[in-house]
Structures are given as C-alpha cells and as structure tokens.
Design a protein around this ligand. Structure first.
Ligand code: CS2
Length: 510
C-alpha cells in the first residue's frame, strides 16, 4: 500500500468531495496581514473568518503566520503551503474544510529578525496575535508592563534583538517609522480583558523607555482595538492527525479541531485598511467591554472552574467534569447566582440563555479539552474570570461563597504540584514556582497557605486580598480541597449557599 499523500496545493483537486476547499484562487492571494502565534485557536478562528471573507469578497488579505515561540511551523504548515484541515466537531458530527487564508509561514523562534522583516513591510496593514495571556508581559492585577520580566529586561538592553512581544512590536514600529511610515492596526485576539488597552500599554511603555519620540509616533500611527474572541479549540493531538488520515485518506500535520460555535466582536478603531470580517459574522462595535465580561466570566469562568476542580476530582476533560452531577450543579449555580448579577447588559445577548448555551458547549464530547490544558497559566486567567466578578459582588454587598471555590481550586492545583505535596501533577504557570515555594515553606495549614498566596499582589490586588469575607471563603474551601475528600468543598459551598438563600427568602417574605 502506498503511503498516504500529504496535504498541499497539489492535492486540493483530488480531495474527497466531503472535504470543502477554498472557493477562491489562492495562487493570486497576496499577503496583507500578519498573525503572531499560529496555534490551534488562530487556525480555528481568525484564519477561518478570513477564509470566509476571501470567498465572499476576494482582496489582498492573505495571512503571513509567524511563530516567535515553539513549535516550528516549517515542517507542518510550511511544508503544506499554508494549507490545513479545520475539523468542526460536535459529538458524532464532523465537518472538514481546508482553510487557505495562510499564504506563508515564518519561524522566528531563534531570532526576531524574520518576524521583524514581515512586520515592518509596507504590504502589512494589520497584525493580529494570539500569544497567550502571559505573552504580553503585563502584571495581571493592574495591566501595566512588568519591567522586572526577564524578557523585558533583556529587550530594553538589546532593543534591536528583542524576544518579547512588546519588544518585537516596538522594534517593528520603529523600523516602519524609519522605512515608510505607514500606519498599522495591532489586533490582540487573546483572552485578556481590554486586550487592546493592555497591548497598547505594554508597547507604549516599552517605546517610552526607548525614547526618540517613538511613543508619540506610535500614538499617531497605530490603533490597538480590543476584541472578544471565542471558539473552543483545544491543543491538537496525534489522534486528531490520525483521524484525518483514516477518514479522508491524506496526511495533515497541521489539523485544527474546533466546536461549531464561534464569535468575534471587534472594537471599531482601526489605522488604515482592515478586512471586512463584519461581512462574515464578526461584529464591529464601539465598546467590547460587555461582550468581554460575559464571555470571560461565564464561558471561561466555567472552564477554569471545571478544569481545576475537575483535576482535583480526578477527571480528564471538560466534558468529563461537566458530566459529573455535583460539578455540573455547582458551575450552573455559581454562574447564575453570583456571576450573572455582575454583568453589564450586552446588546443582543440574553445572559441566562448564554449560560445555558455555554454549558451546552462544554458538554461536547468530541472536543477533548484537557483540564490540565485549561489550568495552564491559571495565574494569568483568574483575575478576569473569577477575581473581577468577586470584586464586583463584594462591592454590591453580595455573597461570593461559590466563586471563591474555584479560586481556592487554582491554589490547590498549584500547591499540590509542589515537592511538599508530592508533586501530584506537572504544572505550567509563571507563578508555579512562587506557589510551590510558599507550600514548601508552609506545609498543610490552609490559613497560612491562603495568606501566603493572597499576598502575591501582582495577582490579588491588596484591597481584595484584605477583604475578610473573601479570605475566609477561600481559606475554608482550600482546607477541604486539600483533604482526602476535595469535593466536600463543593458540596459544602452549595449547602451554605442554600441556607443563605432560604434566609433571604424568609426575610423578603416578612
Ligand atoms: C480556555 C480557552 O485554555 C483556556 O484557557 O479556557 O482557550 C477557551 O477555550 C477559549 O477562550 C474559548 O473561546
């Protein structure tokens, strides 16, 4: 038997009819934008929207995909001429489509030079990025550039050979100013609140330190719109690659798998030409804040809750965690009772329906989203997903007994990865070392552990960390989460919530 062929432009005409192919002439597609961070999410989201747009209204909007961190792209997407299979999966439903919008890939992990060459080119009008929360080198609790970050220290000393996202973008803008002065839109597609504001902060703060009027030039010639992005697209596994071969008969080293749902809300604030993604399902709005809040607090809040509590309960994927009767009751009650009252009204979206839709999405068993993947970099996620709604609740004088449990869940997840707790699982989080050091120094005492971790002021702002209600709720949940029966924390928080509810209804009946 012949080895199956690998996907590439030459194979496009010979694919099974069930595999949808680009409806435009890729050979004539010229690049007009670059994307930093060509992972599963980009391939399932922005690149697909662009592919839709190219089919509807062909224009100079090919994407140059750049990675400034591993993995390398040359051997997968590069070898395939930028083509890949995007599988939409929902339980037994499978929808294969070849996405053609990425015209070229550039590996810039070893040096920023290849990335800078693309980003400073006059042909590039827009740069989108998905570099994960920690890629911005900001302080999660306040959004400012972290001047102690080793990559920022390096880049300020070596601005022509940067490593960090802020350093690379500032250098690219400096090169653009010197070479042609064309404006640029920098569109963050990462899951951080006010992502455009944070991106602008870190790039401007970096440029201010560079001097020479660069920060002013940036203010006049660039735009940093905020955006809310949504589609669940877990890390791709060998199984996913093998499935494409088995089902459709060709090899593809760059498969991306996502759920049917997708959403993209972009702040209408651009410098120069931008793709009309609004013609293919994205929304251009004046203010993304309400959309960002509902998405991060409801969908992402549920994911982080199910992920950390799921690991503690011994469950592998989101779909396993939400199939657990206790966790499923808990997460719905937390969202409906505590999270929803913190939301700003969202144009065109009904919050209760959104909760149900989100929980429905998490039940999709074909999406193999590992709890450990979602728990990765939790320190960069809990502020927007859990701590901001908690702060709003405290401001309203309302209860936080349920939202505090996943905060303690995040702590317990990192604590149990420490040597003192037997390194129960490997973790990846910029704060893992700090939390492990606290655990190693403290031992099993939940109060001391919680105090130590709440004192990390780059995650917990001091006002919140000092709040007695919050401290008590987190400490008691943490104590139980670290016991032999971690789910007792979940059961007890529900019971206490029930008691409080009865009390309230009695009071209102009087
Ligand atoms: C997930 C997100 O890993 C994670 O942090 O919560 O990647 C999530 O799947 C997306 O934000 C969905 O749009």
């Amino acid at each position: 038997m012949n080895a199956p062929e690998t996907l590439g432009p030459a194979l496009l005409d010979r694919l099974p009819a069930s595999v949808q192919t680009p409806a435009y002439d890729r050979a004539t597609l010229a690049p007009g934008m670059a994307h930093l961070g060509v992972g599963a999410f980009h391939r399932c989201h922005q690149a697909e929207y662009t592919d839709d747009l190219l089919s509807l209204k062909f224009d100079r909007w090919g994407v140059i995909g750049i990675n400034i961190r591993p993995p390398s792209l040359a051997d997968t997407l590069g070898r395939q001429g930028g083509l890949y299979t995007r599988l939409i999966r929902e339980n037994s439903h499978i929808e294969p489509r070849i996405i053609g919008s990425i015209v070229k890939v550039v590996d810039s992990q070893a040096s920023a030079a290849p990335a800078l060459k693309v980003l400073s080119s006059p042909d590039i009008d827009l740069v989108t990025m998905t570099v994960t929360e920690k890629g911005y080198c900001h302080i999660p609790s306040c959004g400012e550039l972290d001047l102690d970050h080793p990559d920022i220290v390096h880049d300020l000393a070596n601005p022509e050979t940067p490593r960090s996202l802020p350093g690379i973008l500032a250098r690219a803008l400096e090169l653009r100013r010197a070479a042609h002065g064309r404006p640029l839109t920098l569109l963050s597609c990462d899951n951080i609140p006010t992502n455009g504001v944070i991106l602008e902060n870190v790039v401007r703060s970096f440029a201010e330190r560079r001097g020479d009027g660069l920060a002013d030039w940036i203010s006049a010639n660039t735009a940093f719109p905020s955006a809310m992005v949504d589609r669940i697209a877990p890390a791709v596994t060998r199984d996913d690659l093998d499935s494409v071969e088995q089902w459709f008969g060709y090899r593809d080293g760059a498969v991306a798998v996502g759920e049917p749902f997708r959403q993209w809300v972009i702040e209408q604030k651009f410098a120069g030409r931008v793709p009309r993604w609004d013609l293919v399902g994205a929304s251009f709005v004046d203010d993304v804040t309400p959309f960002e809040h509902i998405k991060m607090r409801v969908l992402n809040g549920a994911q982080t809750t199910l992920a950390t509590l799921g690991v503690l309960a011994g469950l592998e994927h989101t779909s396993d965690a939400i199939a657990d009767p206790l966790l499923s009751v808990f997460v719905r009650r937390m969202l409906v009772e505590e999270t929803l009252p913190t939301l700003i009204p969202v144009p065109g979206m009904e919050p209760h329906a959104y909760v149900e839709q989100s929980l429905g999405r998490l039940k999709n068993t074909a999406i193999r989203h590992r709890n450990h993947q979602i728990a990765t970099d939790g320190s960069q996620k809990i502020v927007q997903r859990l701590l901001n709604p908690i702060r709003d609740r405290l401001g309203q004088g309302a209860g936080i007994g349920l939202l505090s449990v996943p905060v303690a869940g995040w702590m317990a997840y990192l604590i149990q990865a420490s040597a003192r707790f037997g390194r129960r699982w490997p973790v990846s989080d910029p704060y893992a070392g700090k939390v492990a050091a606290i655990a190693d120094a403290t031992g099993r005492d939940a109060q001391a552990l919680a105090s130590g971790i709440l004192a990390i002021d780059t995650i917990f702002d001091p006002g919140l960390a000092a709040n007695a209600t919050f401290r008590a709720a987190v400490t008691s949940a943490l104590d139980e989460l670290l016991s032999d029966d971690p789910m007792a924390a979940v059961r007890h928080s529900l019971e206490q919530d029930e008691v409080a509810r009865l009390k309230r209804s009695k009071q209102s009946a009087l």
